[in-house]
Design a protein around this ligand. Structure first.
Ligand code: COA
Length: 196
């Protein structure tokens, strides 16, 4: 995907191994501030197929990843734009590519945990409470070792990472929104097992 932004040409493309250094340079300060989940270098290599980067005039200025949680659910993570390149549409282009991937993979809902509520709302995300999955899916997700899954489940061990963040979801399919509304209505507080 290519577009004009910030007086230059932005290209969003799948990440390559040679981009990991640049991705780490973008994400390390944000991980230190607990805006993004801190990860070892090996995790970026392992997660490479999930990652895209944005190049502005050939330099990597942004990145983002889509991590699939379950049949109908994925998460936008590792979304970052260099401070110098912010506010000209790079982040929006990266997010649009991740949502395109989500559709292509057949995902119905995309979750994110963020301080950037205005940005995500402008791209169709809405704030939610709790953990919108059926109890049996919640139990399956508990088996994951991934910190992002733990944050989605709102587990006590990751609470320090999630403090002050908003939980947001983007419905790619209206049927998924209806299902979440019905689940919340039918189960009440039990729909949010992680927040107990
Ligand atoms: C969130 C983040 C990725 C957004 O990146 P970005 O490149 O600045 O995003 P955009 O430029 O597409 O949009 C940002 C704002 O600039 C505005 N904008 C977009 N294009 C613009 C342009 N051509 N001229 C002026 N403003 C523009 C948008 O309207 C948007 O405004 P909003 O704050 O009201 O939503 C970036 O702020 C960041 O790296 N934050 C820290 C990491 C983080 O919190 N990540 C999310 C958790 S996964």
């Amino acid at each position: 995907m290519s577009a004009d932004a910030g007086g230059g040409r932005v290209r969003v493309r799948p990440a390559r191994t040679s981009d990991v250094r640049a991705i780490r340079a973008l994400t390390a300060p944000l991980a230190e501030q607990r805006v993004l989940v801190a990860k070892e270098a090996v995790a970026y290599y392992e997660g490479l197929p999930e990652l895209v980067v944005a190049e502005l005039d050939g330099a990597v200025v942004g990145c983002g990843a889509l991590h699939v949680f379950w049949e109908d659910l994925a998460e936008v993570r590792t979304l970052a734009v260099s401070t110098q390149a912010r506010g000209v549409g790079v982040g929006g282009l990266v997010l649009a590519e991740l949502l395109r991937r989500a559709r292509e993979l057949g995902v119905a809902r995309v979750f994110c945990l963020t301080f950037e509520t205005r940005f995500f709302a402008a791209h169709g995300f809405e704030e939610i409470e709790g953990t919108p999955v059926a109890p049996e899916v919640f139990a399956e997700l508990l088996r994951s070792h991934d910190d992002g899954v733990a944050e989605f489940l709102d587990l006590a061990r990751v609470k320090p990472n999630t403090l002050g963040n908003s939980r947001m979801i983007h419905y790619l399919e209206e049927s998924a929104r209806a299902l979440d509304a019905a689940r919340a209505g039918a189960l009440g507080p039990a729909a949010h097992p992680g927040s107990a």
